[in-house]
Design a protein. Structure first.
Length: 125
């Protein structure tokens, strides 16, 4: 009986640790560092909304767009000590994994449009 109780307790611990692993993994994947960001001129986005150059919006790479699952999701971008909050509203088919396209006004929070490309950090809010 004692051996069965010990085995049951060991099994419960293993199951508990296994169940906790995905949650920890998800937390680690929430921040993306040194990602390529460019700018684009928004209009009617893949999420179905019309957006303007003056809004703080982004187009997501195909992986993070996730077939629209992340539409309207808020994220924070940080570059050289400056941060801004934006909303995901579009798909950027040409963006690399974890890369983003920013509206012109959002890009200008971090650099002049003539710079063209920055490598910044971002995370889901």
């Amino acid at each position: 009986m004692r051996a069965s109780l010990t085995s049951l307790l060991a099994l419960a611990i293993v199951v508990g640790l296994t169940a906790a692993a995905p949650a920890e993994e998800a937390k680690l994947q929430r921040r993306f560092t040194d990602q390529r960001m460019t700018y684009y001129y928004p209009g009617v986005g893949a999420c179905g909304y019309t957006n303007t150059d003056t809004q703080y919006v982004v187009a997501l790479n195909p992986t993070d767009y996730a077939n629209g699952a992340n539409c309207n999701r808020s994220l924070t971008i940080t570059y050289q000590g400056n941060s801004a909050i934006a909303t995901a509203v579009d798909l950027c088919p040409g963006c690399a994994a974890d890369g983003l396209d920013l509206s012109p006004s959002l890009f200008e929070v971090f650099a002049d449009l003539s710079v063209g490309v920055i490598y910044a950090d971002w995370s889901w809010d």
